[in-house]
Every structure is written in structure tokens, then in C-alpha cells.
Design a protein around this ligand. Structure first.
Ligand SMILES: [Zn+2]
Length: 307
């Protein structure tokens, strides 16, 4: 935060000289992040070099006017409802885990919801940053959070990426967990439900297994993990979603499966991110307003429900 204080004072000093009133107001302002400083902090948390080559990550929408980030919404998906929340809460930045812009856009029209989101963000001067697979790969990121949900508290385990990053082999896509002690499948399922606050998950039982079968090796991938998990030897696969045929394939290879729904296997991490953000980047601030920068949205939920 030291560099932030210095840079902000450089910006506001000429203004302060003009009016005592403004001076008083600005003195009462906490030292918030500018947008470039916020982007730098987010990239320090999870370098974009960790993201998959096919991904579209980083600052995706940058408003024309310089921004000071007084509040940022952290969401899984930037839907139109979520954007309404953001506009009503006057947020300066939306950190959308999934990139709302993915395929190249040839026009920004009003005919589809993704275009309308981009147009509204620009109209309302709201910046959008998307970390996506950089958050999956980084140590202490989404897949590591999912490891802790699956094993539960107090269980010793080793984990490694399924596909290590080329430049940093300790980080990467997916995780393989080896628990020090095996646990019955039923117990693993209950631990996952408790750790993710879910009442229901979908399960498939490996062809020669049952609910009491011992589970020791688990391969996991947050979100849609079928392609990353394919062919990985394990007792159990855990991910958000898999196709019917990928589930059948796993079952025939005697591997059980737990599906949590796509974003339910990701969004629980945001609470971890918030506390890590405040701890790492706001710890030398005594201003309580700074520890309320990151907001959530009640409308950011997995679209699939068990009815
Ligand atoms: Zn996802």
C-alpha cells in the first residue's frame, strides 16, 4: 500500500491546493487502489502467465476515465442481473472469474446479452477483470481450495497438478490428491457436501465399487473437468460437470465420480480469495473501509438447481 499512498498523493496534491474544503474531503478519503494498481495486485496474486493458452484473461474492459477502485464485485459469472447489482452498488470494478468476453466480437449490438453487458459496462464506466484459469492453476487457488473441500479438515494429503505449467511445474491445471489414509466413498461424498455447503451432489459409482469402497487417490478439476481428467488413474474423479459418455467411461474404468455443478465447484473459493486479498494487500491499512472493497452478489449463483 505504500506505493499507492505515494501515487495517489501525487494525483491529488494539485487539487488540494485549490480549496480548503476539497482538502478536508480528500483527507477523509481512504487510500483506495487506482485501477492499474488493482490490476497489478490481482496479477501478483495469480500471474496471467499461468492461464491456459486458449483462455482470455486479465483486464477485459477498461473505461475511458481513470478509475479509483472503491469497491469491486467478485463473481463467478457476469450476467445481466449481476451487472444490475454492480450498477446499483456503484462498483468501479467487476472481477468476473469466467471471462464475459471470450470469442472475438465483430460488433457490440443490443441483440444478445453478452454484447449488452459490454455496452453497459462501458456506459457506466465499470472495469472488468477476469482471472479464470490463472486462479485454477495458482497455488492456493481454486483447485487447491477444492482439494481442501474434498479431503476435509485434519486429513493429511499430497497433491500435484494433473497438467503442470510449462514454466512453473508446481502449478498447473487440475490436481491429483493422495490421501495418507483411505476413506469410504460415502464419507468423501459427505465431506464434499459439507465443505461446499451443498445439499446435493451427483454421484456415479465405479463398476466394481460401492458406497463403502475405500478412496485414496482422487483426481479433481474445478468447473468442466472431463478433458483434463480423461485417462488419469484414480479411485475418484471430482469436478463440476461431465458429459454422460465421459461418466460412463470413468465408471467402466472402475473410477467413481462426484459432480457438484459447474460453478459450485469454483465459487466457494471467492471467500478464500477475499481474506487472502485483505491479508496480503491491505494489512498495513488501519482504515476499515479498505477491508470492505470486495463485494459479492446474491444473484451470482449456479443456474442449475436440484428441484
Ligand atoms: Zn468454470
Amino acid at each position: 500500500m505504500r506505493y499507492l499512498t505515494t501515487r495517489l498523493s501525487a494525483i491529488v496534491k494539485p487539487v488540494l491546493a485549490k480549496s480548503r474544503f476539497i482538502h478536508k474531503v480528500m483527507q477523509d478519503e481512504p487510500k483506495f487502489f487506482t485501477l492499474p494498481e488493482m490490476v497489478r495486485v490481482l496479477e501478483e496474486f495469480a500471474p496471467l502467465s499461468l492461464a491456459e493458452k486458449w483462455d482470455n484473461v486479465g483486464l477485459l474492459i477498461e473505461p475511458t476515465k481513470p478509475r479509483i477502485v472503491r469497491s469491486a464485485l467478485v463473481v463467478n459469472d457476469l450476467t445481466e442481473k449481476v451487472l444490475e447489482n454492480a450498477i446499483n452498488s456503484s462498483v468501479d470494478l467487476i472481477i468476473s472469474y469466467h471471462p464475459p468476453i471470450f470469442v472475438p466480437m465483430k460488433r457490440i449490438s443490443q441483440s444478445n446479452w453478452k454484447d449488452r453487458i459490454v455496452a453497459k459496462c462501458l456506459e457506466n464506466q465499470i472495469a472488468v477483470y477476469s482471472p479464470h484459469t490463472a486462479w485454477d492453476a495458482v497455488d492456493g487457488g481454486i483447485n487447491d481450495w477444492l482439494c481442501s473441500v474434498i479431503t476435509g479438515k485434519g486429513v493429511q494429503f499430497d497433491s500435484r497438478p494433473i497438467t503442470p505449467n510449462i514454466t512453473d511445474p508446481n502449478r498447473g491445471a487440475g490436481r491429483i490428491i493422495e490421501m495418507n489414509q483411505s476413506k469410504p466413498f460415502e464419507s468423501v461424498v459427505e465431506t464434499i457436501k459439507a465443505g461446499s455447503n451443498l445439499n446435493h451432489v451427483q454421484i456415479a459409482i465405479g463398476s466394481n465399487q460401492n458406497m463403502c469402497s475405500e478412496i485414496k487417490t482422487i483426481a479433481l478439476c474445478a468447473g468442466s473437468g472431463a478433458s483434463g481428467l480423461k485417462g488419469v488413474p484414480a479411485d475418484l474423479y471430482v469436478t463440476g460437470e461431465m458429459s454422460h459418455h465421459d461418466v460412463l467411461d470413468a465408471v467402466h474404468r472402475n473410477i467413481s465420480v462426484v459432480l457438484m455443478n459447474h460453478s459450485n465447484s469454483e465459487r466457494g473459493f471467492f471467500e478464500v480469495f477475499r481474506s487472502e486479498f485483505y491479508k496480503r494487500f491491505c494489512s498495513d491499512s488501519s482504515d476499515p473501509k479498505l477491508t470492505k472493497i470486495l463485494l459479492d452478489s446474491v444473484d451470482d449463483q449456479d443456474p442449475l438447481k436440484t428441484y
